[in-house]
Design a binder for this molecule. Structure first.
Ligand code: NAD
Length: 497
């Protein structure tokens, strides 16, 4: 089947697709083949300003739209995306490189979340609490924040934008969405769904271009009241600091260095499948990817042997082929960064057990393929502590549970974590002991479900959570309301008791 021709896409501002005169263009490429997929506008600060103006203008009308009605538009968006699931999944795989089953999963997660948020249109609950005074009624209501900026990475190019956009919209905010440049076509597909679902003009706007220009202009615009950012620590810190100067709400979802602890009583076959999926699914480019196996010494040789044996038949190749287990990494930049870390690992004395190189020859030469890589290393090396965001797994030997937890926790991040054990007491202890926003028992570090909160501790973020019941916290202000129907001045804390 021949590949579709590259398409040209504008910005989406005030309900119209525009190609502003005088702007540059950039393209996205298939990381498996190098083919150009689409061209997009390198927006300038003035284009961002126009998008924020449109969002500001649209905000009052959207805020006044009853929340159940907003939810109905989301339901329509979910239905449209479900109808396009296969075609959008193929765009995900062609543009980002994850295997097609995961491309479908990315889109399914988006559908699930939009549906979940649509229901929120009929909840958005506040609290009703008693007053200390007579004939006084106290409650809270949720109100939208205003114009919000959604800035997203490339690794879940339909799911993550929807986590933000659907939640922001149902809460009554207007949105300016800025995606990662290398997955701009996926982002276009996301915006198209909302346009086709009937989101009113200006309520959702779309700007493309460099983070340092477009993202920066968005974060700096005083009319943007909240920023929802997912990406790396470096950019996240810049966004946080810049937003803080204007006292904006900045929600950060950043990196991870996620451990799987395999104890001596674990079901090793189950752990093997979990570690492989966690480490090499999405070519290791999930914020929740398993990048460390913390392995009990009693099962160390056996489990490592099982891993190495299984990798002999691990299929890396065309991500559109359903039998492929791992596709390319997402870009030339990713390839460079991952190969640099492999080099660092070797220089710092870690023992390379498998992989460790770019795959070449035949179809590999057209793309960014890296062989699944396993290092044996002591805890404390850079590869055991820094986020690599690629198919590189560090295996670390430990003596007992206490050491395993110490090693697992001794990193700057705290997103996901996992323990394989058959000991129920130890499993429950680990739930309390592991410093992470997410802990799995007898399951890999990946596998979020939209109805549960998602996020982490330490450098993984700044305390918030996305998805689940937490999603509306991110995108609403709470208003506290006192209604006094006593017809006299009552003074809390002062009137006689
Ligand atoms: P990145 O930080 O390079 O970019 C993320 C987004 O921020 C992009 O849209 C980029 O253009 C924009 N950006 C960059 N500099 C900016 C600036 N100064 N101001 C405003 N915007 C700016 O990250 P990436 O390479 O796209 O994604 C990979 C990272 O994302 C990894 O560290 C991964 O762990 C993290 N991630 C975290 C989660 C999570 O939920 N915790 C989920 C997925 C990815």
């Amino acid at each position: 089947m021949s590949a579709p021709a590259p398409t040209e896409h504008g910005l989406f501002v005030d309900g119209k697709w525009v190609l502003p005169a005088g702007t540059g263009r950039f393209s996205t490429r298939n990381p498996a083949t190098g083919e150009v997929l689409g061209t997009f506008v390198s927006a300038r600060p003035a284009d961002v300003e126009a998008a924020v103006t449109a969002a500001s203008k649209a905000f009052p009308g959207w805020k006044e739209t009853p929340a159940p009605k907003r939810g109905e538009i989301l339901l329509k968006a979910a239905e449209i995306l479900r109808g396009r699931k296969e075609s959008v999944a193929r765009v995900v795989t062609r543009e980002m490189g994850k295997v097609i089953a995961e491309g479908r999963g990315d889109v399914q997660e988006a559908i699930d979340f939009i549906e979940y948020m649509a229901g929120e249109g009929r909840r958005l609950a506040g609290e009703t609490v008693p007053s200390e005074l007579h004939h006084k009624f106290c409650l809270t209501i949720r109100q939208p924040k205003g114009v919000v900026a959604c800035i997203t990475p490339w690794n879940f190019p339909t799911a993550i934008p929807n986590w933000k956009i659907a939640a922001a919209l149902v809460c009554g905010n207007s949105v300016v969405f800025k995606p990662a440049s290398n997955t701009a076509l996926c982002a276009y597909e996301v915006v198209k769904v909302y346009e086709d679902a009937g989101v009113p003009p200006g309520v959702l706007n779309f700007v493309t271009g460099a983070g340092s220009v477009v993202g920066d202009a968005l974060v700096g615009d005083p009319r943007v009241r909240a920023i929802s950012f997912t990406g790396g620590v470096e950019a996240g810190r810049e966004v946080y600091v810049k937003g803080a100067r204007q006292l904006k709400m900045v929600h950060l979802e950043l990196g991870g260095k996620n451990p799987v602890i395999v104890m001596d009583d674990a079901d090793l076959h189950l752990a093997l499948e979990g570690v492989l999926f966690g480490a090499f699914g999405t070519s290791g480019q999930r914020c929740t990817a398993t990048s460390r196996v913390v392995l009990h010494e009693k099962v160390y040789d056996e489990f490592l042997g099982m891993l190495l044996e299984r990798l002999k038949t691990f299929r890396v190749g065309d991500p559109l082929d359903p039998s492929t287990e791992m596709g390319p990494v997402a870009s030339a930049d990713q390839e460079k960064k991952v190969l640099e870390y492999i080099d660092i690992g070797q220089k710092e004395g870690a023992r390379l057990r498998v992989g460790g190189h770019k795959l070449t020859g035949g179809a590999y030469d057209r793309g960014h393929f890296i062989s699944p890589t396993i290092f044996e290393t002591r805890h404390g090396t850079r590869i055991s502590k820094e986020e690599i965001f690629g198919p590189v797994l560090s295996v670390i030997k430990v003596h007992d549970y206490e050491e395993a937890v110490r090693v697992a926790n001794d990193v700057d991040y705290g997103l996901s974590s996992s323990i394989y054990t058959r000991d129920v007491n130890r499993a429950f202890r680990a739930v309390g002991d592991l410093e992470a926003g997410i802990t799995y028992v007898n399951a890999p570090t990946i596998g979020a479900e939209v109805q549960l909160p998602f996020g982490g501790v330490k450098n993984t973020g700044n305390g918030g959570r996305e998805a689940g019941s937490a999603a509306i916290e991110e995108f609403t202000e709470i208003k506290t309301v006192f209604i006094d129907f006593s017809a006299r001045l009552q003074k809390a804390q002062i009137d006689p008791r």
